[in-house]
Design a protein around this ligand. Sequence first.
Ligand SMILES: [Cu+2]
Length: 336
Amino acid sequence: MIRWQNLWRSIPLFGLMMLLLTGCGDDTISALKPRGPVARDQMFLMKLSFFIMLLVVVVVFVLYIYVLLRFRKKKGEKDIIPKQVEGSHTLEIIWTTIPIILLLILAVPTVQYTFKLLEDHRDNKDALHVKVTAHAFWWQFDYPSLGIATAQDLVIPTGKKIAFELTASDVKHSFWVPSLGGKMDTNVGQTNVYYLEADDADTFLGKCAELCGASHSLMDFKVKSMEPADFDQWVSKMKTPAAIPAEAKAGEQLFKDNCLSCHAVNAQGLGAGPNLNGFASREKVAGILPHDDELLKEWIKDPQSIKPGAKMPAFALKDQELNDLVKYLNSLKLPQ
Ligand SMILES: [Cu+2]
């Protein structure tokens, strides 16, 4: 009796846990809300395995409860040893074939999709080839067929296969955009290939999914999908050099002296740090911070305080120099 009461009492707790879990959803980072064909294929596999497991659990529990009730000791019954049976061919055949059939139903589409989703579309004329290089703790995106490179914000056209070629420069990372499809490891000295596609225009959140160091959890990026016409415009904007206003010239000089060795600011430069072409038009600073002058100065003064282990050195600059640099960085905008 007491035990039943305890169970009833814990119902609000379970309710709360359920509410908490359902609150976890963010539409732009959820594998459960697929936004492209690859994510949908993977969702199908998840549902298939979930319902097969559910079926097994339900059947086993129903049988278990039935046996418990049907064969329980009745009032007045003496301790009797049930009839001992051994070796029933019918039962053995049943409990061997059913799991085999269930596993086949699972295995056939899983193997089929595994090969399909690993197709290499790099040379496909209808796909867009993107090279992804993961660095502790930022992402470099390079579009060899378009002659542009960017960082942190991956911009892609909708309705087109994006043929990824992934690698890493330091340790192993993993590229994951849950809304568009499953993750792919990025390994040093090796290229992995897979593709993703987005249905519609939106901004999806991406994550590094392989523990890679102190700032692993801060290694975020964005995937911005655009209608093909908007994407073409973005490409031509990326190739247009930013107009640097007169008040940012002092900062530009400081940047050339201190920063250009690692940060390219042209269409396709790659270096030890993110390409900053169009930096002020990106979603975030360093993948995580909102665009804010004070935060940007914090970053330049001491990147490690924001991303422990970040590979950008700290700069001891005067306030005026920081202001100038920030003015320059804010002028690295894509044309309207
Ligand atoms: Cu990482």
